[in-house]
Design a protein around this ligand. Structure first.
Ligand SMILES: O=P(O)(O)O[C@H]1O[C@H](CO)[C@@H](O)[C@H]1O
Ligand SMILES: O=c1cc[nH]c(=O)[nH]1
Length: 345
């Protein structure tokens, strides 16, 4: 059956703008950011209130209650503005444990009061996703693959909207396979591409294909790159990221339960990706970029490479090396958050 394709015409200029206000330019405006000051308990606010988080769904307005089923949260059962109104940064990653350690790490890095071991899973009532809050930072797991990420993002974006959050930035902090890079390199995504090397995300809606842009905020990507230069031993590049719907055949691996191609064909595909600027491969970046872009949210994808796919398919580094690699995107994003909050220069 021929597939019908629609390209959404969201123009960057029609999207809500969020703007970072440097310390030197703040004065009276600072007093407009009481939520953040309250949370941090210091005078490190770096924001003026500008834009709420927008949802693009007219039906939501007529709903008496919105149940965020996979988070086990809801607008009638929970006071979302009180619980989440001060959120300024949301970090998402595949595993619940990783997102818990990130929440504990950022709690310590921001010098927040209280014991980091007391941080509890806000979504403990469900085992679909995990969510942790450390001051203005929300840390949420998304599972593996596009559908899991997509469901989580629908509910996360609605949560931020219901909570009346403003000026929120989202980061995906993850792992990936490197393309022509030494293992352990951090890739800040310039453009998220699908398996056909197109910078777009296709979603099937009512039996038709909707094509959405996967543009990410280039200023934020550059900011991350300059933060990386300030951190010792954090090899970091900006490059395109290919997002696939499978870890094995979908990423051209020769070691799955099924494989219908040769080593030469695999390498030809990876070289074609490399020539298109792809430096890493993972499984969620396109839908993450597309949904954030469509809702006018600033977003970045920061993934460490666990191996160089030109050299193999199996991930065989020792556990301690893996742990070190996984922490690299966290280190980089935490550095940016601390700078934005004025905690470091
Ligand atoms: O490391 P995380 O963020 O879980 O993501 C990557 O790892 C998973 C595959 O192992 C995929 O979900 C891929 O995108
Ligand atoms: O090769 C890899 C490694 C991590 N995650 C992926 O999706 N692919």
């Amino acid at each position: 059956m021929a597939k019908e394709a629609f390209r959404e015409t969201t123009k960057a200029s029609s999207l809500p703008k969020t703007e970072f206000i440097p310390k030197s330019k703040r004065s009276v405006l600072q007093t407009m950011a009481p939520i953040l000051f309250n949370t941090i308990g210091t005078d490190h606010g770096d924001y003026i209130e500008q834009e709420e988080v927008h949802v693009k769904n007219p039906h939501l307005d007529s709903m008496e209650e919105d149940i965020l089923y996979h988070f086990d949260l809801g607008t009638k059962t929970h006071n979302l503005p009180e619980m989440f109104g001060d959120i300024k940064f949301v970090c998402v990653g595949g595993s619940g444990n990783r997102m818990k350690s990130f929440a504990q790490f950022i709690h310590r890095e921001l010098g927040l009061p209280g014991d980091m071991d007391d941080i509890r899973d806000i979504c403990a009532g469900t085992d679909r996703y995990s969510m942790y809050k450390a001051g203005p930072v929300l840390s949420v797991s998304h599972g593996m693959g596009v559908p899991s990420m997509s469901i989580m993002l629908h509910e996360l974006i609605k949560l931020l909207h219901h909570a009346r959050c403003r000026d929120v930035i989202l980061f995906r902090i993850g792992t990936s396979g490197g393309v022509g890079l030494a293992p352990g390199t951090v890739v800040v995504t310039k453009q998220a591409m699908d398996s056909f090397l197109q910078p777009q995300f296709e979603q099937v809606v009512l039996g038709k294909v909707i094509v959405r842009s996967t543009d990410l905020d280039q200023g934020l990507a550059e900011e991350l790159l300059s933060c990386a230069a300030e951190i010792p031993d954090l090899p970091t590049v900006i490059g395109n990221t290919m997002c696939t719907h499978d870890f094995y055949e979908g990423q051209g691996r020769l070691d799955g339960a099924l494989c219908s191609f040769s080593t030469e064909e695999k390498l030809e595909y990876l070289h074609r990706a490399y020539d298109a600027g792809v430096r890493n491969i993972e499984m969620e970046s396109t839908v993450f970029a597309a949904m954030c872009h469509a809702c006018g949210l600033k977003a970045a994808v920061v993934c460490v490479t666990l191996l160089n796919r030109f050299e193999g398919d199996q991930i065989n580094s020792p556990h301690r090396v893996m742990l070190d690699y996984q922490q690299r995107p966290q280190l980089l994003v935490s550095h940016l958050i601390k700078k934005r909050l004025g905690l470091i220069q």
